[in-house]
Ligand binder design. Structure first.
Ligand code: PFF
Length: 466
């Protein structure tokens, strides 16, 4: 390994004692909390519905177990061996410019995602309030969603409530804030997901939806199934955005990286599958199996699902449970985005945690407000034909994330070396999937990343439709 010396106590290079998670469970729940978010409940079901149901799920599982696994292990090992968040982690391997660039791109991504993600979190807050008030039919109205997202004041308030909640958890710190909140929220989330999914799959006519979602039909396969599943995997597992490097830096040397990675992968995918089971069969039952409704895309959760709830018995209760669960999931993910930004600022500028988090809060409020206004009073502003929120989503997920992941692979292949990663992982794990890790990181990942980048660009330029 050609890197500078790293110590093994979770103490950073400048000698400051770093906070760590108290144990495996706290760590797994925090990382799973980061992974399980709007991506699982809002994004996964609409993509699965759109790209072939069962076949999408199959491709997703294969990618998650190979590519996803390799990326999580690389990032966590880099974080733990350096004890640093992305910028510090990359530059602790040398002074070259590309290492700086690699670190910064990983660090900037969460700062760009957090504001718009919190705006969507604010939408979820709005739905929670509506259902808790007992207004299921109001939320199911044709103009409800469009009406409030274009009302800049209401959206701004919901967004601010969401982002401030995250801020207070961060102020409380890693163990008392992130870990404590995740330990309460994540088990509750599983319980709520199981209840809602069980209710949904037992509706009359829902079984066809279950079949569509779970049974692969090879006629539905296209290359876009792979591209969409790959993009979703990055989004869902919180890959290539500095989060896993940062959380890895809080991980103790005796924590089993391999086993924890497997737990996180299955936790995240389990919730995505449950979300598919909550949404797809319910929509099937509601529409009598109309595939067109299922292909509603991003509006599936915010527009189609409230109509489904409204048509069901106990619509108000089920709607409340569902949106509270989505809110929990979104909160724990936003916490991880916020934490990564806070860690980078405090390490790079040498500032206290509290001051760093105030800076992150301020930037989030400013950029998030631009996204809120983009759907309201600034709706005339278009960037490459996109609204402000959609532009941030495109910029981070479609362009920056593949580049950032490419840098991580490069760091492993060219600088740390596979022996370096192996040494770190083997401190606490058997590393059974090491041969697969090697093949994926060296030969498959860089190639696939270029494909995602090219297809995203081609899609934006209108050459293909994803
Ligand atoms: N992995 C989380 C989710 O699926 O919602 C958090 C997240 C990751 C959000 C990446 C946004 C994002 F671009």
């Amino acid at each position: 390994m050609k890197n500078k010396e790293h110590n093994s106590t979770g103490t950073s290079k400048d000698g400051r004692q770093k906070t760590t998670f108290s144990g495996n469970i706290g760590y797994v729940l925090a990382v799973a909390g980061s992974a399980v978010g709007l991506g699982n409940i809002w994004r996964f079901p609409y993509l699965a519905a759109k790209y072939g149901g069962g076949i999408f799920l199959l491709v997703y599982l294969i990618l998650m177990l190979t590519f996803g696994y390799a990326m999580i292990v690389s990032e966590t090992a880099i974080g733990r061996m350096t004890g640093k968040s992305p910028v510090g982690a990359f530059s602790s391997f040398g002074e070259q410019k590309w290492l700086k660039a690699g670190g910064w791109i990983n660090a900037v991504i969460p700062m760009l995602i957090l504001p718009y993600y919190s705006v969507i979190g604010g939408w979820v807050v709005r739905y929670c309030v509506e259902y808790l008030k007992g207004d299921a039919s109001e939320a199911a109205g044709d103009t409800f969603f469009g009406g409030f997202i274009s009302d800049s004041l209401v959206s701004e308030i919901c967004f601010a409530v969401f982002v401030l909640a995250v801020f207070f958890v961060i102020i409380a710190g890693v163990k008392n804030g992130i870990e404590a909140v995740s330990k309460i929220i994540m088990p509750l989330l599983i319980l709520l997901a199981v209840i809602t999914a069980a209710y949904s799959v037992t509706r009359p006519g829902a079984l066809e939806g279950v079949k569509y979602f779970l049974v692969p039909n090879f006629r539905d396969f296209s290359i876009m199934t792979v591209v969409a599943a790959m993009g979703q995997m990055f989004y869902s597992l919180s890959l290539a955005m500095g989060i896993l490097i940062t959380y890895g830096s809080y991980l103790k040397k005796d924590s089993d990286i391999e086993r924890n990675t497997t737990r996180v992968e299955w936790f995240d995918t389990g919730i995505a599958i449950l979300a598919g089971l909550m949404i797809i069969p319910a929509v099937f039952a509601f529409t009598g199996g109309d595939i067109k409704t299922l292909k509603a895309g991003p509006s599936l959760m915010f527009i189609t699902l409230p109509k489904v709830f409204d048509s069901m018995g106990f619509g108000n209760l089920i709607g409340s449970v569902f949106f509270i669960m989505v809110l929990f999931a979104a909160l724990t993910s936003a916490i991880s985005l916020f934490e990564t930004c806070t860690a980078t600022i405090s390490e790079e500028l040498g500032l206290k945690r509290t001051l760093s988090s105030v800076i992150v809060l301020t930037v989030s409020l400013l950029l998030g407000t631009a996204s809120v206004f983009g759907y309201g009073i600034w709706s005339f502003v278009k960037i490459f034909g996109m609204q402000i929120l959609d532009f941030f989503d495109f910029l981070t997920n479609s362009l920056m994330m593949p580049i950032s992941a490419f840098f991580i692979c490069l760091l492993v292949i060219k600088v740390i070396g596979f022996d370096g990663i192996e040494k770190e992982v083997r401190l606490s794990s058997q590393f059974r999937r090491q041969p697969m890790y090697y093949v994926v990181t060296k030969y498959i990942a860089p190639f696939f990343l270029l494909i995602i980048l090219a297809s995203s660009l081609a899609n934006t330029l209108g050459l293909i439709t994803i």
